[in-house]
Design a protein around this ligand. Structure first.
Ligand code: SF4
Length: 189
């Protein structure tokens, strides 16, 4: 997932929504143009999804995401005074915003405590035997029980990096993995 917009909640929220199932390089080129045209929730709430579509058409699921972005912006204007809420429980009230996206905003925009679980975090936590879960949602709940709160906000960054470089979904590089000694099943695919 792209980690964009540190300290800028609206940018982080937009970037995280757009980044789902999209390569970072694509997200990183599209998000600045979105922000140039619609720098805040008020302006995006006034846009038509068709206008947004034209700007984000390089992004996977761009039609769905165009509608979603405008809906999210409207909700922020109507219910949160135009400001992205800080609390995870409020963020998940935004249309289509799940706990992973909400957690990324809490951590990367507000510097708060959350443990966003994407496919990398879910896969590696299971490979390492930290959890035994079938879904990212279950993984999040399990990790929250075993990871000290002071580490919650670092887990996503660390495991996403590990997942993109070494513990990739296919052909994990177990022979050069620095935590192979702690992994119960090295060479696990
Ligand atoms: S040893 Fe292999 S499966 Fe285990 S964490 Fe390292 S790369 Fe992933």
């Amino acid at each position: 997932m792209a980690r964009l917009g540190d300290g800028k909640p609206f940018l982080t929220l937009v970037a995280t929504i757009l980044s789902a199932r999209v390569r970072d390089e694509v997200t990183e080129t599209v998000v600045p143009e979105v922000m140039r045209r619609w720098p805040d929730a008020e302006s995006l709430a006034r846009a038509r999804p068709g206008q947004v579509e034209k700007v984000i058409k390089r992004i996977g699921l761009y039609r769905v995401k165009s509608v979603r972005l405008v809906e999210v912006a409207k909700k922020i204007v109507e219910d949160f005074g135009g400001q992205v809420p800080q609390e995870l429980d409020d963020l998940v009230k935004l249309p289509g915003v799940g706990r992973k996206t909400a957690g990324c905003v809490v951590v990367y925009a507000f510097g708060g405590d959350a443990l966003p679980v994407d496919t990398h975090v879910h896969r590696i936590s299971n490979r390492l035997g930290w959890v035994d879960t079938k879904t990212p949602e279950k993984t999040e709940q399990a990790l929250l029980q075993i990871v000290p709160r002071s580490w919650w906000s670092r887990v996503n960054d660390l495991l996403v990096f590990h997942g993109k470089t070494i513990c990739r979904p296919q052909n994990p590089q177990c022979q050069i993995c620095p935590v192979a000694g702690d992994c119960p099943i090295p060479n696990k695919k």
